[in-house]
Design a protein. Structure first.
Length: 424
């Protein structure tokens, strides 16, 4: 194939269900108008509008950059400027040909420029308008590895699916995400223009350059590793807790949904709980009022033969002590603490973030998250809106399912972390 020409649309088939309608639909911007390919107007001011995917794609690696610069816009090809030359050289040193082994696109397909005609980073609005082109490229070519180079690429592919604070590339770089939506490894890292500036001011022993090469090397290794597809966990909703007596696992994870953050204040209570006995199954239940009805759960927590897992065990331990008037025996693993020990970057220790980067599941909390935040953000003792959720149609079901998924993912994460920290 002639590398001077962009790849033609040689894969016409579309895998049914590859993306959900929600994922591929453009968002509506203020005023009710849709984000569209022409909506940002960049095509009117550049020489090579709507730049097509470029490369032979032999190793099924898709690179998503920021946007074409002046050199790229003039030539109609990606990665032709100084940052592109650095990327070509770095890939070659790692055994990858940027144009023969990869397919190359950008978060924004038309060159953004300022009033003086200089290169600039694309705006969030421009990224939103161009997202459909990115998603369609993934759907058409079905890459094994997707490398996100810089913040616009991160925002393009993850920003609309991650419902919390996205943060910047420093938070996401280095993770090799087994993305269940795209059936591909999604690997964010620095943009080469940033590394170029680092090298100009420092040298090739700088931390950022070393991390960048390591990120890329590990991403390339994923081309030969298949994505693990996780089955939908079974969340078994129960009323009679006596079934918990039949659990024969040596390790469980459990999780609470409560009325707030602090159990000592009047009016607070544990609304529901879940117990994961395997990585794909959990029991979930509304917490009974009577001690007698709670007793099978209390006995489980006190069983010294069963190891206990939680995300931030101090939370579950305190609520158990104060509101259930008992203790948890044989704590074994705290997934939040283990995450911090393994990687102390800020913003990565939440269970939701770890579920995404480790298991490729970006969102399982949309139905309930708005009800679990504090009623008064300035008052740590305030009661949240969890009871309001219970008045909604299927509100209890969504709450219990969410709680059950939390405990399943805690157990799954604990086993993964344990194998990484103690691989014997």
């Amino acid at each position: 194939m002639d590398l001077c020409k962009p790849i033609e649309n040689k894969r016409k088939e579309v895998m049914e269900g590859f993306f959900s309608k929600k994922e591929t639909s453009s968002k509506t911007r203020p005023g009710g108008k849709m984000y569209t390919c022409h909506g940002c107007g960049l095509h009117k001011t550049c020489k090579s509008p709507f730049m097509k995917p470029y490369g032979n794609f032999k190793k099924k690696i898709l690179n998503i950059g920021e946007a074409p610069g002046e050199v790229e816009d003039n030539t109609g090809k990606p990665w032709q400027g100084r940052a592109g030359k650095l990327l070509q050289l770095t890939y070659k040193g790692l055994g990858i040909d940027l144009f023969d082994d990869c397919l190359n696109i950008n978060a924004v397909s038309c060159r953004p420029s300022d009033k003086e005609g200089r290169n600039r980073s694309p705006s969030n609005f421009e990224v939103e308008n161009c997202r459909k082109r990115v998603l369609h490229t993934i759907e058409e070519y079905k890459p094994r590895v997707i490398i996100l180079l810089g913040n616009p690429a991160l925002s393009s592919l993850i920003g609309h699916r991650w419902k919390r604070d996205l943060g910047g590339i420093n938070k996401w770089r280095g993770w090799n995400i087994p993305d269940q939506d795209f059936n591909a490894w999604v690997c964010p890292t620095f943009h080469p223009s940033y590394i170029q500036r680092v090298l100009e001011n420092l040298d090739d022993t700088s931390v950022e350059y070393v991390l960048w090469k390591r990120d890329l090397g590990r991403a390339f290794q994923r081309t030969g590793i298949h994505i693990q597809h996780y089955v939908e966990p079974e969340i078994e909703i129960i009323e009679d807790l006596s079934i918990l007596k039949k659990i024969d696992s040596d390790t469980i994870a459990f999780d609470y949904e409560t009325t707030g953050l602090k159990p000592h204040m009047k009016g607070h209570r544990v609304v529901c709980a879940s117990v994961a006995d395997t990585e794909n199954h959990a029991y979930a239940f509304i917490m009974p009022n009577s001690r007698k009805e709670k007793q099978p759960f209390i006995d489980l927590l006190r069983n010294p033969e069963i190891r206990k897992v939680a995300q931030n065990m101090k939370y579950e331990d305190t609520w158990t002590d104060v509101r259930l008037n008992t203790e948890v025996v044989n704590w074994w693993w705290d997934t939040m603490l283990a995450t911090h020990i393994m990687d102390n970057r800020p913003g990565i220790t939440s269970l939701k973030f770890q579920v995404f980067v480790q298991f490729g599941i970006p969102d399982y909390e949309s139905e309930v998250s708005q009800y679990l935040s504090a009623g008064d953000s300035k008052d740590g003792n305030s009661i949240n809106n969890i009871f309001k959720l219970l008045t909604k149609p299927k509100g209890a079901y969504y709450l219990l399912k969410y709680c059950g998924l939390d405990s399943v993912y805690e157990l799954r994460l604990a086993n993964l972390q344990h194998s990484d920290i103690l691989p014997f």
